[in-house]
Design a binder for this molecule. Structure first.
Ligand code: GLN
Length: 273
């Protein structure tokens, strides 16, 4: 019988159950909980074929987020296409740190997100801090259009600007600058494995030691920060010491570094003196 249960059981031979449920839920336009409660529902032939094709693509290595077209970040659904990095749970820490700073409480704060990609950070900050004026930049026009779609669908007001880091922001200053820049070394074998193979290389890799983008951002940021404004950056698992040094060399004080749930120092930041 072509039931939900039978389709999921067949897919289980190739994929983890959670992924199979996400893909079948996407085909049927139903939440995973519906599948559990209706596992005897009959599937149409066309839906079975679509499901089988998605299972095969996932088995071939395509990320689930690209197959279904969205990923959850900070409790909201963000559209994702292969033109943007898939939002990661560890990046939610960057948002938490930015929110803990309480910019925009009682005043209008200017916030800048560099390399916004899907817009997950900028849109979340715009929705969580109502008094903030958020600017999100990306060098990629394709990424900006994904960010625009996410901002519109989630009801966030923000300014989107095509810019390679600070290039198009001459003369502007911000209270808070955040970035989850590319930080993987171009020679890192992880780039050729797993889901990373399908994500945009400029969003992932940055020079021989992975620090090219971070060096540019840290060196440029003081000029675009208001006095006592803060910079928060996500970086690689082995870059904490190097990023600390870069922040100190650029004159930042109150440098702070935070561990993710896996215990890895993942986000660093400092205050403009
Ligand atoms: N800011 C986006 C994110 O955190 C994109 C980051 C990137 O492409 N490196 O997901």
């Amino acid at each position: 019988m072509n039931t939900v249960k039978a389709a999921l059981a067949a897919a289980r031979e190739k994929l983890p159950a959670s992924e199979a449920r996400l893909l079948l839920g996407h085909v049927l336009d139903r939440p995973a909980a519906w599948l559990v409660a209706h596992d005897d529902a009959l599937l149409e032939e066309a839906d079975l074929l679509r499901f089988a094709s998605l299972v095969a693509r996932r088995k071939g290595g395509e990320p689930v987020a690209y197959l279904v077209g969205y990923r959850e970040f900070y409790g909201r659904e963000f559209a994702v296409l292969p033109a943007v990095l898939i939002p990661r749970p560890e990046t939610e820490m960057l948002v938490d740190l930015a929110l803990a700073q309480k910019v925009g409480v009682g005043t209008t704060a200017r916030i800048l997100d560099l390399g916004t990609g899907s817009g997950c950070i900028a849109v979340t900050l715009a929705l969580e801090i109502r008094q903030a004026e958020v600017t999100a930049v990306d060098a990629s026009a394709a990424a900006l259009s994904v960010a625009r779609e996410n901002a519109e669908r989630l009801g966030a007001t923000l300014r989107l600007q095509q810019s390679n880091w600070f290039d198009q922001l001459a003369g502007e200053t911000f209270d808070l600058i955040v970035a989850n820049p590319p930080y993987i070394a171009t020679t890192d074998p992880h780039l050729a494995a797993g889901d990373l193979r399908h994500e945009p290389e400029p969003a992932l890799a940055s020079g021989a030691d992975g620090l090219d983008a971070i060096r540019q951002i840290v060196a440029g940021a003081p000029r675009y920060l208001r006095p006592r404004g803060r910079l928060w950056l996500e970086h690689g698992y082995d870059q904490a010491a190097a990023v600390h040094e870069l922040l100190a060399a650029a004159g930042f004080d109150d440098i702070q570094q935070h561990r993710d749930v896996a215990g890895i120092v993942r986000v660093s930041g400092g205050r403009r003196s």
